[in-house]
Ligand binder design. Structure first.
Ligand code: SF4
Length: 472
């Protein structure tokens, strides 16, 4: 039996944390003990609530998690590589060595052979759950320097996630993050899903059986008394037959309000009505821009704007709130695009929130090649920043981006009519000067006034999380 310590830096509400929970459950099922060395990256670039990296640097010692992991007596420290955390992993391993860590290091990655250096004792390549199963079978014997997973894991056969890993940090009673499956069939040039699909192989985008997902949710609800669920699948509405079967189960067996992600070309009035009937309180759509040329030629979005408008209208007709994702910093966008977006947002019925993101240029992504070739970004800025912080727009657009970002984030307060007025009158320019320390409370207030459940979750959990990490 081995002692495994999973090390992770970043917010909980992403696929990596769920992957680690599953790997931990697999290790426990094989008779090993597991624990977590965790840096929540509070206020860091991955914090989607309050990203203030300077405060993060001021308050937290970046070495602490690695020093703790080194002192844990672990036989294995397991690291999971994603698109952006390679520098963190390298530094983590360096600190382990400086702290005289005696055990071994396993690095799980689906980024390919090139990404595994000599730092780790073993590189586990391929879909994490598949290759980790092979690793566990090989323990405690002689291990090669690299192990490659063959094919994809059977999602239904995997153990349910080990929630003990993050339970000390996350409040699963207030809200639970669920994944019904993995992946998306889309090929958007700026998204990680096509990247992972290509890296893990054909068939990567798949769903678990409805009954298996319900089994997980029922266990979570029983243990934590969970009151809300967010399905984090990139496109929860992709398979209508699956959705119909699942929602029928969900309504009777789970029955708590939930949120999910939809894609406009996989959404219609029947879908909206089914979701609403089963307790869905909000669907989030990837709009990104109203500029049809950028959407289709640069971002490679699979659906037309007309389909998006129809999906929004279907939600409004069903009385189902919806969020629209909007990305700033797109190559070639202009102030006119933001003005047009404001005009269109202001005319929408039932829109709950405009979720603002920043484009991130990852190596190997279609949008990155397009932007580098077109001179929209220099290679040194590739992979800088995060979805939530750091504007990589053309310098001439940053002022306007800042103003519209604040205007859109505050949509919840004045509503659509005032948004349209601010855009058409030129008042939008003044929003740039709203200080960051005022923006968050105002955004929170707007969300609460609209009755957005996510903001109630933030309000309840975030201060506790800050307190917990500071006390630690
Ligand atoms: S539809 Fe959404 S999840 Fe799918 S590839 Fe495009 S951006 Fe990614």
């Amino acid at each position: 039996m081995s002692k495994l310590v999973f090390a992770y830096k970043g917010r909980y509400w992403v696929r990596d944390s769920r992957t680690l929970e599953t790997l931990s459950a697999m290790a426990k099922a094989a008779g090993h003990t597991t624990s977590l060395a965790y840096d929540p990256d509070l206020f860091g670039v991955s914090d989607n609530v309050l990203s203030l990296p300077w405060l993060n640097r001021l308050l937290f010692d970046p070495r602490k998690t690695a020093v703790k992991a080194a002192a844990s007596g672990a036989d294995w420290i397991v690291l999971l590589e994603n698109l952006t955390n390679r520098p963190w992993i390298e530094n983590f391993i360096k600190i382990l060595s400086e702290s005289h860590y005696k055990g071994r290091i396993a690095m799980v990655s689906c980024r390919g052979e090139a990404s595994i250096g000599g730092e780790a004792s073993i590189g586990l390549l391929g879909e994490p759950e598949g290759v980790f199963g092979g690793f566990l079978k090989a323990l405690p014997g002689q291990l090669p320097q690299k192990l490659r997973g063959e094919g994809l894991a059977d999602l239904d056969a995997l153990p349910l996630p080990d929630l003990d890993l993050f339970a000390p940090y996350e409040d699963f009673r207030t809200s639970y993050m669920a994944y019904a499956g993995k992946g998306c069939s889309g090929a958007c040039s700026y998204c990680e899903e096509p990247y992972y699909r290509k890296a893990c192989g054909p068939g990567y985008a798949r769903l678990r059986r409805p009954a298996r997902v319900i089994e997980e949710l029922a266990a979570v609800k029983k243990r934590f008394g969970t009151r809300e669920i967010t399905f984090k699948d990139s496109v929860f509405t992709a398979d209508k037959a699956w959705l119909k079967e699942f929602l029928a189960f969900y309504k009777t067996a789970i029955g708590v309000p939930f949120k999910c992600f939809g894609r406009a070309d996989a959404f219609d009035p029947v879908t909206a009505a089914m979701l609403k009937d089963a307790g869905c309180y909000c669907v989030e759509f990837g709009l990104q821009t109203f500029n049809e040329r950028i959407r289709s030629s640069v971002l490679k979005r699979p659906e037309t704007l007309e389909a998006v408008q129809k999906a929004f209208a279907a939600c409004a007709a069903a009385g189902l709130a919806y969020d629209a994702d909007y990305i700033f910093g797109l190559p070639g966008e202009s102030v006119a695009d933001h003005l047009e977006a404001a005009r269109r947002f202001s005319a929408l019925a039932g829109l709950n929130r405009i979720k603002c993101h920043n484009l991130v240029y990852y190596k190997g992504f279609g949008v990155t090649d397009y932007a580098v070739k077109g001179g929209y970004v220099d290679e040194a800025s590739v992979e800088a920043g995060d979805f939530f912080s750091g504007d990589r727009a053309a310098p001439g657009m940053r002022g306007a981006d800042s103003a519209f970002r604040k205007l859109f984030k505050l949509y919840g307060l004045p509503g659509g009519r005032a948004l349209g007025l601010a855009a058409s009158s030129g008042l939008w320019r003044a929003f740039r000067f709203i200080p960051a320390f005022l923006l968050k409370p105002l955004e929170l207030l707007g969300g609460l006034l609209r009755g957005d459940r996510r903001f109630f979750v933030y309000l309840k959990n975030y201060p506790l999380r800050v307190l917990k990490v500071i006390v630690e």
